[in-house]
Design a protein around this ligand. Structure first.
Ligand code: URA
Length: 271
């Protein structure tokens, strides 16, 4: 039997992309298959040695010495609490080193839209397009979100949009509970500073995190919650994440009911 020809660099890259590895995070590959107990190879390995290790490696996250999660959560709380404005909060996040996601993301994805808007939408975390542009919801699901809010007469000049996590998790993996807890004080302060009349959580992770519920989105969507911004209690409603609607378009009907409820609530609290 003739052995398969070695894959070309292009085929390897296509394989990585398919597997969700869509960006190189370090200049040097890290061999995750290496025996962790084995002595570390000398920094300048001989060429033959290097050639043996390279095919078994894929670009992966740089290992940063992040502070312990508890310490990071405490420093996030203290930092977020004192940010007097949204601009100050953004600057604080730019400097904050407590969340390792910052080191693998291209840039901070803080928010988009009008900070004076009466309605604020909060998703989970940026994806690849958002990471590249530095703005939330600009990819496929963002385009759907734009169409959804347009259906009730809103656009980004009349809405404010952010995420619980402001940095893209590598390969779009689910953020860990620690990462979510570290980022939580920042989005809570962002909501307090925007002070919308209506808060809309998009999808399960954002709903469970911000509305302190363990129920799934099928039960929480379309329901009104009280959300204490820290300054006042506002109305909050959960609805499906647009990425979920792209995968399961039959739920758009229910999403439309939620959007109607949001439009009605905005009419009721209109100044
Ligand atoms: N999904 C999210 O939750 N947020 C974004 O910004 C993009 C996709």
């Amino acid at each position: 039997m003739t052995p398969d020809p070695a894959p070309t660099a292009q085929q390897l890259l296509a394989f990585y992309l398919e597997a969700g590895v869509d960006c190189a995070l370090t200049d040097e590959p890290v061999n995750r298959l290496a025996d962790p107990d084995a002595a570390a190879p000398p920094r300048e390995a001989a060429p033959a040695q290097r050639a043996r290790t390279v095919p078994a490696t894929i670009p992966t996250a740089r290992v940063e010495a992040a502070p312990a999660p508890e310490a990071a959560i405490t420093s996030a709380r203290e930092a977020a609490r004192i940010a007097p404005t949204l601009e100050a909060l953004r600057e604080l996040l730019e400097k904050f080193d407590g969340c390792a996601l910052k080191h693998t993301a291209t840039r901070l994805v803080f928010a988009d839209g009008n900070p004076k808007a009466r309605v604020m939408f909060v998703g989970e975390a940026p994806g690849r397009d958002e990471d590249l542009e530095g703005l939330p919801f600009v990819g496929r699901s963002g385009k759907l979100l734009d169409r959804m809010i347009a259906a009730i007469g809103l656009d980004r000049s009349k809405a404010y949009i952010a995420n619980v996590i402001p940095w893209r998790p590598p390969g779009n993996r689910t953020p860990t509970p620690q990462e979510t807890q570290i980022c939580l004080p920042f989005i809570q302060r962002q909501i307090e500073l925007v002070d919308p009349d209506i808060l809309v959580t998009l999808g399960n992770p954002s709903t469970q995190t911000l509305l302190s519920t363990r129920e799934g989105i099928m039960r929480t969507r379309g329901r009104w919650f009280d959300y204490d911004t820290g300054t006042r209690v506002i109305r909050a409603i959960a609805t499906f994440h647009p990425a979920y609607l792209l995968r399961s378009p039959s739920y758009k009907r229910m999403s439309w009911q939620d959007l109607r409820a949001i439009a009605k609530a905005l009419e009721q609290v209109s100044p």
